[in-house]
Design a protein around this ligand. Structure first.
Ligand code: TYD
Ligand code: MG
Length: 433
């Protein structure tokens, strides 16, 4: 049960509830499609090419972008860096309910934001203060860090409650739409998702960006989960350094940098995150188990998927995993969700079982079905082109992708139809050693 309190009309209420269709307003406010088409949206470049690409070309005036991520991911760092660049296009109002103005200023200084930049700081969690500051400074861009800390006094619930979150966001959306300001909203997400967070706000905002990565270091990945002004296939890879977040133009290079040479159980996957190809290393370790039910431990891939894959390999290809513990990890803190990673993981497991490394210039992709069949994956050509760029000479791919003529020049691709063939090939290599 969640207590919901509506604010009385006339107090600037913009509750999502009070905005229903009113009888009688007919088509008074309607505009022609052609007229609306001519009214093109203006984009404000953020100064970071990677972020612009994810946004579809910069922040759109009059829009609300929500940036969600775990604490420590680097959200405040990113928006501080962006505020310096964005302020070239108009005043930026940086509202923080978490830090004092001097804390933000210290960070901004360290991140190289020039001290003459038109950035106004407001350390307050009261929406009334925000509204007053907006009236006074007339900013072009509003940054709210974070939405969970802002609250409206008239609502009695605590900051961060569903009621507060919705109302605060609705008011910020209104500020964006009415005055054509761009609003950048930060939302904390927790791993278990127990705290009412960005999820309940996704439908209210125009763009939802997820900021993956944690304080342990490693690459930070920004994806668009929803974008009313562009695609959702793009992703940006950033790296946290001493002086803030840095763009990583060649993420495959970053993920492959520390790849061990000549090690059993290490395989390079040609994965695709959205539209972007990404070469990732997967490592597997198979060891005899002392447990009655052996362990299947996955890092960076779905645990259930690993269990299924292990079962398929045992049942359909005779790989002896029944009495073995199986550990699989994506190197460099990466993670993959797509089924196209299956074949690479299977190869890594087989390579670990026979204790023989696979060729260094080999990339792998393909989905493995429950019957052991290898299924075609989307964007095979893009994956292979990325592999060619990084000097890979051979590829193990689904037969149907080869039959569709999706193999570019410059790489020798071997098409396979069943997992049995792949395991047999690896076992043959091991016997010839
Ligand atoms: P922060 O941006 O405050 O994370 P969030 O707002 O998402 O909670 O900072 C994330 C971490 O990054 C913080 O622990 C310190 C580190 N950091 C750097 O390594 N370099 C820097 O230049 C900055 C500003 C932070
Ligand atoms: Mg922060």
């Amino acid at each position: 049960m969640v207590e919901e309190k509506t604010v009385r009309r006339g107090t600037g209420a913009t509750s999502t509830r009070s905005r229903g269709l009113r009888v009688g307003d007919g088509s008074a406010g309607a505009v022609g499609l052609g007229e609306a088409m001519r009214d093109e949206s203006v984009r404000i470049p953020t100064g970071m090419g990677e972020i612009d690409r994810v946004l579809g070309g910069g922040l759109v005036e009059g829009s609300v972008v929500m940036l969600g991520g775990e604490p420590g991911a680097g959200k405040s760092t990113l928006v501080t860096q962006l505020s310096g660049q964005l302020s070239k296009h108009g005043t930026v109002l940086y509202v923080s309910g978490e830090e004092s103005a001097s804390q933000i200023a210290a960070r901004a200084k360290r991140l190289g934001v020039p001290d003459g930049a038109p950035v106004r700081l407001l350390a307050s969690s009261d929406m009334a203060d925000v509204e007053a500051a907006v009236r006074k400074t007339d900013p072009k861009i509003i940054i709210a860090d974070s939405v969970q800390t802002l609250r409206i006094d008239e609502l009695e619930s605590a900051a961060g409650s569903v009621t507060q979150l919705r109302e605060v966001t609705a008011r910020l959306v209104n500020m964006a739409k009415q005055e054509r300001r761009a609003v950048l909203l930060i939302g904390h997400v927790t791993k278990d998702g127990t705290i009412a967070g960005p999820k309940v706000l996704e439908h209210l905002v125009d763009v939802v960006l997820s900021f993956d990565g944690d304080r342990s270091g490693g690459p930070r990945i920004i994806r668009a989960l929803k974008n009313r002004f562009g695609g959702t296939g793009e992703l940006a890879v950033l790296e946290m350094s001493r002086d803030g977040l840095r763009e990583v133009p060649d993420p495959s290079a970053l993920f492959l940098a520390e790849r061990p040479k000549d090690v059993a159980g290490s395989v390079v996957l040609a994965s695709c995150d959205g539209a972007r190809p990404l070469l990732l290393e997967v490592q597997a370790l198979v060891t005899p188990s002392a447990m009655p039910s052996p362990r299947r431990v996955a890092t960076g891939i779905d645990g259930t998927r690993l269990s299924i894959l292990a079962a398929v390999l045992t049942q359909r290809a005779g790989l002896p995993l029944r009495e073995h513990d199986v550990f699989v990890a994506m190197a460099g803190g990466a993670s993959v969700e797509e089924p196209a990673a299956d074949l690479g993981i299977a190869c890594a497991l087989a390579s670990s079982v026979v204790e023989l490394s696979l060729p260094e210039d080999l990339v792998v992709f393909g989905e493995v079905g429950l019957a052991g069949e290898i299924r075609a994956v989307p964007r095979a050509t893009v994956r292979l082109e990325e592999a060619i760029k990084f000097g890979f000479k051979r590829a193990l791919v689904p037969k149907s992708n080869v039959e569709r003529g999706e193999i570019p020049d410059g790489i020798r691709a071997h098409g396979v139809g069943h997992i049995r063939e792949v395991i047999a090939w690896i076992e043959r290599r091991a016997e010839q050693r």
